[in-house]
Write a protein that binds this ligand. Structure first.
Ligand SMILES: Cc1cc2nc3c(=O)[nH]c(=O)nc-3n(C[C@H](O)[C@H](O)[C@H](O)COP(=O)(O)OP(=O)(O)OC[C@H]3O[C@@H](n4cnc5c(N)ncnc54)[C@H](O)[C@@H]3O)c2cc1C
Length: 504
């Protein structure tokens, strides 16, 4: 008997739904019928505009999308990292860039000997040793230096994109439909469960149509139509550590130059994003409603745009956290239906993509072997919790004491896992990656230093190395990067030459 799942139904046509549809059609479309139900009347959130480098792998290697086509069709720009302003202290600024920092020596990561030289004033700021953080503030970009040897940091620049989330969903919809996905328009009014085990059997649409399926992917947004409203899976609330619970989003006219990085500016009760696209700039204020009123938040947002607002701010409400299980019975929740980690490090779209690839690797047969869903849930919890810790780090490691919000964040007890990470780093700059932790050593090091956590010492092996050799290594790298980046095209020139979108 054939135990293969032959019918998959996706609920929701936001970016999560269409990403899932495109990937499932690419890998399972020959043997399974894939349908996606969405309601134009309900609409999509459509504000996810910044990404992490993993999207290039998902688009290119997993879906076979051609990069220039994607960039042009979604009005995208390059993102080399995030500039954090006023986070550690008002007036501070640092960039959390993608990719590696410096070059290791023997068993030691670069930042260890940088710490020693920095203490004696013989090294520049950490941002001078990564191509991304040198390129970003100068507004320069090239995906690689064709003349660089393979081990050079310039051989493969780590970057992601800023893009129009609504256009991305539309782009993926076209791709998924070309690959055989059937789209069903309309509102689901009832979810029908099997009597004996509660598995989802079918969906009843407003027009009476019944849509069945063996596996259901819940991409219905914050409400979690299947995973929560039907299966009552439960939600783990992390708002104690991440107290922001609302956002106001507003686009503004394109402002020059279009920077190849996201800007995140800390405000009295949260932070404001600035995301430059080719045709406009995305802006938003993520805030804690306990610490600022909606009106005041809107006024702060509008007073800090660098172009004319193209509408009124739109409010979104959320509770940071995740579902107790992301795979429950025959439902896998993706995107906002699975949980929400606020957008400080642009991880939501990544988490949906990671969920899709995890589902493909653990794809079940009709018997829904519980070992597969247990593993899926375990890996997802690990991934969410480690990203949660990384986000909490930004709020907690601050000297700001100018508002009740920052006093709360600075003094709150943090998860033990994060406490241990900070203590270890503060002692002598050590950081150990935990399994498949999404944010690796360069990210933790940049953010900890940027937020003002300065290690008291450094690794003992550093003193075994002749200091002059370290200086030569560090300064050689700095001048090589400075020289190479100065001859790169500007971000705008690169876009005009290769990736210019047609008028919006
Ligand atoms: C303030 C904010 C900023 C963000 N910024 C970023 C960012 O910079 N980077 C990033 O990666 N992510 C970001 N995100 C997250 C990002 O917006 C989401 O991951 C992304 O939009 C995916 O949303 P979704 O597809 O899960 O849900 P939605 O876009 O809400 O889509 C839900 C779908 O379900 C359908 N639906 C619901 N109920 C029914 C029903 N009864 N019948 C039929 N259809 C139904 C709707 O029609 C819709 O198609 C941000 C989120 C917020 C709130």
């Amino acid at each position: 008997m054939n135990d293969r799942i032959s019918s998959i139904t996706i609920v929701g046509g936001g970016s999560a739904g269409w990403m899932a549809a495109a990937a499932l059609a690419t890998y399972l479309g020959k043997n399974a019928s894939i349908r996606l139900v969405e309601s134009e009347e309900i609409g999509i959130v459509g504000v996810g505009e910044a990404s992490v480098p993993h999207i290039r792998q998902f688009n290119g290697q997993w879906l076979g999308i051609e990069e220039a086509d994607f960039v042009k069709r979604t009005q995208a720009t390059v993102k080399l990292g995030i500039q954090f302003n006023d986070w550690g202290r008002i007036g501070d600024s640092y960039i959390h860039g993608f990719g590696a920092i410096g070059r290791s020596l023997g068993p030691l990561p670069f930042h260890q000997f940088w710490l020693k030289l920095r203490q004696s004033g013989r090294a520049g700021p950490i941002g001078a040793y990564s191509p991304q953080t040198v390129m970003a503030p100068q507004g320069r970009f090239a995906p690689c230096d064709g003349n660089a040897p393979p081990h050079s940091p310039l051989a493969d620049i780590a970057y992601a994109y800023h893009f129009d989330a609504t256009l991305y969903a539309r782009y993926l919809r076209e791709l998924a439909q070309q690959r055989g996905v059937t789209r069903i328009e309309g509102k689901i009014v009832k979810v029908n469960q099997r009597a004996h085990d509660g598995f989802i059997e079918s969906l009843t649409m407003e027009n009476g149509q019944v849509v069945d399926g063996e596996l259901f992917i819940d991409c219905s947004g914050f409400r979690g139509l299947l995973i929560e409203e039907t299966l009552h899976t439960g939600y783990v609330d992390w708002s104690y550590w991440l107290p922001c619970d609302r956002a106001l989003a507003v686009p503004s006219e394109r402002a020059e130059p279009i920077t190849p990085y996201t800007r995140s500016t800390a405000r009295a009760a949260g932070w404001q994003w600035r995301i430059p696209l080719q045709h406009r700039t995305g802006n938003g204020y993520v805030y804690s409603s306990r610490h600022v009123s909606d009106d005041e938040a809107a006024a702060t947002l509008l007073a800090n745009l660098d172009g004319k607002a193209l509408g009124d701010p739109r409010q979104l409400r959320f509770t940071t956290g995740m579902r107790s299980k992301l795979w429950n019975k025959n439902v896998v929740a993706l995107g906002l239906a699975s949980g929400f980690l606020e957008p400080l490090e642009s991880t939501s779209i990544y988490l949906a993509q990671s969920g899709i690839t995890r589902l493909l690797s653990l794809f079940p047969q009709r018997d829904f072997n519980p070992q597969l869903s247990e593993r899926y849930n375990r890996e997802s919890v690990f991934e969410y919790e480690r990203i949660r810790d990384f986000l909490v780090l930004h709020y907690h490691a601050t000297e700001r004491d100018d508002s009740a919000f920052w006093n709360l964040c600075r003094t709150m007890p943090v998860p033990d896992t994060l406490r241990d990470t900070i203590d270890l780093f503060r002692a002598d700059g050590r950081y150990f990656r935990n399994g498949d932790d999404f944010f690796a050593l360069p990210s933790w090091v940049q953010v900890m230093l940027g937020q003002g956590i300065v290690p008291q010492g450094y690794h003992p092996i550093v003193d075994e190395m002749p200091e002059e050799r370290l200086v030569e290594h560090v300064e050689g790298l700095r001048s090589m990067l400075a020289h190479a980046v100065a001859s790169m095209p500007t971000h705008q020139e690169w876009i005009d030459r290769y990736w210019k979108a047609s008028a919006a």
